[in-house]
Design a protein around this ligand. Structure first.
Ligand code: ADP
Ligand code: MG
Length: 565
């Protein structure tokens, strides 16, 4: 019983397919990179599962990818002997977009093709890119370890439905047959395919095989040595090469291969570390935040290799959460090949590599901030909010992190976050010993807050904080460069040395004259407030609400209420 079913794509898949075919057409050859990258992932997954169950190799441990074409049939076929899929996995992985950020992605589409194709790139096109060049795709697969009778065939014309049935498949792994659309014959050509492979997939860690295409001799014969398959990519792990032997384009293509990203990275850092610990890291900063940046269960991150064998892809063991946008690989010789997830969790080696990698990333960012401020401004726009989680999470690197922060400020008056704490300190007034800031629910609310009046009058700069994360940031970052961070909306505003003797006297006078009024207001408001005080912070507004020094700020209170607490 082949149990053939016809199922409908999730609505989002239909939408995505349509959009993709139209907006990515000018870059259609990337379908091969996407399918090859999936095949390479499948090999990685098999290697990892086989660490604890050698039988999964089924006596065929030579993992590879094969690319073939058939001129008469009009097909291109990509096959691998990786992990494969069972029926349920095919339905789950190929018929739906189970990714977080999907909603946000569709909401942000504009209908403008150029803009949308950028967004699709950020979202990641993956398997469905096959439909850019094919009007029918047949996927045949069998999961490692299952019998030949558990093969699965999936087929679709990319128009809303797919069929799925059980087949016999002797070889483990996945085979994807693209039935090319009319006019896509250019891909029925060995040189064209080889060319795309070396452009995009030269440095995946696995041989890509194609049939040799020998030229017959004068007698029309073909030498035996010229028959069979050949490896058409370099198949060396890029990170093992010397920096000088790697071109920028190679770094960029490798990034796209491993990061499931469509765009060039912003920058990267490639380090070979020797000494007590031996490891290589190749870490990338993407140029755009991915759609799932805010998702806690997102899967991509750093790929860990041991002696060039893939072990796992991990999102929080090799980088802290506030650096979850970093992509790349770490390869070490100092762990056993049969390392398990549990061992990794308590491994000193991993801890040391992680700590060093974090330091590396932060120092690269600080370098960028100094030497390439424009690029850093771009970086801050994309990832600033995540970096602001840092001081609360990573005590050891608080100082390096504080230097990376950028804020809006009364000095610039602009919503753009461009002012560093170092900038602020360099502009501090003569007797000023604190860094003043205000948190509010929006930039406008911060900028127009009555709390700022006295600071305006005295020409003292105040940082304007209005990101959600700023409340948490200011709880963990309480000083910088020996200067206390002071909310202007909290407690008794003591301007200390900034107030001169005459002002103090005048204030005392006023306080005395209004004692009666204060008493009356206190009685009227009664339980509604903790205290009523005369203030000298206002110049235009008659009154304002103030939080006690050790109380939550009004803004934090509002956020907690909104969150139902
Ligand atoms: P991504 O690679 O970013 O996860 P894709 O759309 O490229 O997204 O692939 C979707 C999923 O389909 C993969 O995560 C994987 O589970 C499955 N898949 C695709 N190709 C293969 C393959 N050759 N072998 C095994 N599984 C595959
Ligand atoms: Mg993919």
């Amino acid at each position: 019983d082949a149990h053939k079913e016809t199922l409908g794509f999730q609505t989002e898949v239909k939408q995505l397919l349509n959009l993709m075919i139209h907006s990515l057409y000018s870059n259609k050859e990337i379908f091969l990179r996407e399918l090859v990258s999936n095949a390479a992932d499948a090999a990685d997954k098999l290697r990892f599962e086989a660490l604890s169950d050698d039988a999964l190799y089924e006596e065929d441990g030579e993992l590879n990818i094969r690319v073939a074409f058939d001129k008469d049939a009009g097909t291109v076929t990509i096959s691998d002997n990786g992990i494969g899929m069972n029926r349920e996995e095919v339905v789950d992985n190929i018929g739906t977009i189970a990714r977080s950020g999907t909603r946000k992605f569709f909401d942000s589409l504009t209908g403008d093709q150029t803009k949308d194709s950028q967004l699709i790139g950020q979202f990641g096109v993956g398997f469905y890119s096959a439909f850019i060049v094919a009007d029918k795709v047949t996927l045949r697969t069998r999961r490692a370890g299952l019998g030949a009778e558990y093969g699965v065939q999936w087929e679709s014309a990319g128009e809303g439905e797919f069929t799925i049935e059980t087949i016999e498949k002797a070889e483990r792994g996945t085979e994807i047959i693209l039935h090319l659309r009319d006019g896509e014959d250019e891909f029925l050509n060995g040189w064209r395919l080889r060319n795309i492979i070396s452009k995009y997939s030269d440095h995946i860690n696995l041989p890509i095989l194609m049939a040799k295409e020998p030229v017959p001799n004068e007698d029309g014969e073909i030498d035996e040595a010229d028959q069979g398959d050949e490896t058409v990519n370099k198949a060396t792990a890029l990170w093992t090469l010397a920096k000088n032997d790697i071109s920028d384009d190679e770094y960029k293509e490798f990034y796209k291969q491993i990061a499931h990203d469509f765009q060039d990275p912003m920058t990267w850092s490639h380090n070979k570390v020797e000494g007590n610990l031996e490891y290589t890291s190749l870490l990338y900063i993407p140029s755009k935040a991915p759609f799932d940046l805010w998702d806690r269960d997102r899967m991509h991150g750093i790929k860990l290799y041991v002696k060039r064998v893939f072990i796992m892809e991990d999102s929080d063991q090799l980088m802290p959460r506030y650096l979850r946008f970093i992509r790349g690989v770490i390869d070490t010789n100092d762990l056993p090949l049969n390392v398990s997830r549990e061992i990794l969790q308590s491994s000193k080696t991993i801890d040391t590599i992680r700590a060093a990698s974090v330091k590396k990333v932060l120092s690269e960012l600080n370098k960028m901030a100094k030497n390439e401020p424009e690029q850093y401004a771009e970086f801050w726009k994309e990832f600033g909010q995540v970096i602001k989680e840092g001081p609360g999470e990573d005590f050891a690197n608080k100082e390096a992190l504080a230097k990376l922060l950028r804020f809006a400020s009364t000095e610039t008056g602009s919503q753009e976050q461009t002012v560093s704490l170092e900038d602020y300190v360099s502009r501090m007034k003569d007797k000023q010993d604190k860094i003043y800031y205000i948190t509010a629910e929006s930039f406008a609310a911060a900028k127009n807050s009555p709390h700022l009046e006295v600071f305006r009058k005295k020409g003292i700069e105040v940082l304007l904080l209005s990101d959600r994360v700023d409340e948490w940031l200011t709880q963990s970052l309480t000083e910088f460069d020996g200067k206390h961070m002071q909310s202007v909306a909290k407690g008794d505003l003591d301007l200390g040395e900034l107030e001169d003797e005459e002002e103090k006297k005048a204030h005392e006078e006023i306080d005395k004259n209004f004692e009666d009024l204060v008493e009356r207001v206190k009685k009227t408001l009664d339980e509604k407030v903790k205290d009523v005080r005369i203030t000298h912070r206002l110049t235009d507004s008659p009154a304002c609400l103030v939080a006690d020094h050790y109380d939550m700020s009004a803004n934090l209170e509002r956020m907690l209420k909104a969150a139902g607490q």
